[in-house]
Design a protein around this ligand. Sequence first.
Ligand SMILES: [Fe+2]
Length: 384
Amino acid sequence: MTVDYAAPQKTYSNGKISLDKVELPDAHIIHGREFPVAYSLNLHGLDYDTDEVESFLAKLAKDGVFTQLIENNGTFVLRDSIPNSDDSKSQQVASIIKTIESNRGQVPFEQNGTLTLRDKKGFNLYTANKSPPEFRLHQHNEYSRFKKFPNSLIFTILEYTATGGETPLVHGGELYQKILKELPVFLTKLSKVGLKFEDEVWYKEAGEDKKVVWNHEVTFGRYIKPDDDYETQKRKALKLAKEYVSEDSKFVGDQDDLIISSTTYPVKKFKSEPVLFSSIPAFADKYTIDEPKIKFGDGSLFDKDELNKFKSLTVESEYKHNWKSGDIVFVHNYQVSHGKLPYKDGKRSTLVAMWDAKDEERKKQFATFELSSVDAELEKLSLA
Ligand SMILES: [Fe+2]
């Protein structure tokens, strides 16, 4: 099943500046559409003028071009966004991202409950996960285990001289189709009972292996003031946890640690197309029978073989983005998950911006998908 959409044009131009389509050699085709779709900014020999470039991009954003490219193709890559891109250009790139996002009806996403401390590099632009170069981060949709998650995730690398470190992206529609064919019973159960994250802990005080505290600004302390008494601090943190993560949030024990469990429904649809939206592959490595972090929503455990199969089908579905310095990659978080591959030698510092749909109606285009029957769903695929 596909939805109506306008095909991407070869060029978008105002007569002076243009966006010209770039063919990405490893792009996937999903629902008959390229994932991702890429354009390079072409000044046709003119000097780079920030105001002119931004007003050109603002007009396209207002006309709905970027929303179409991001939603229809899952991911839109803007190449050659600034001349001579290097790590000193973060403010300039933040401004381009702001121009595109705000003019297409998006607002900055307020991050609460994050486990990662980020440094600010420009307007709503931050350093991404600072894991060591050799670390591989598996696929996840940002904040998919929370009640509130961003609509778009925008990644950029201003100076890329490393070996490796492509950014792997998976289209949730492609993954859904594979899981439906290969793990139909697993998918049906996941659709019915959901996915449970049990007892995530935000500590009262930091310790050696207790890195995440609940009263930090980026966790649940955003509205805590220095002179708030302790009970007020707890009340404010709990309110934010319930609003952003799960109603099942509580302070436990003498230690006053904040413990949260959440149940989410990873089988979703965007418009009418089913997608998978979860962090299952990122948590699969931590899956032990003694104390699994994730379970089916009814509390039953995953079968390890099925979980490994889910993970390997996810890896198989990855499009690996080969960076060029200055690329800005707009990921539709509802439909596309991301990860990180190891790299060595040279620079590869990723920045990330998170934006949300201002209009609540647009958020409603993304909803839980109830799998009627596997045979009916397979039939739909064969007709598509
Ligand atoms: Fe992430």
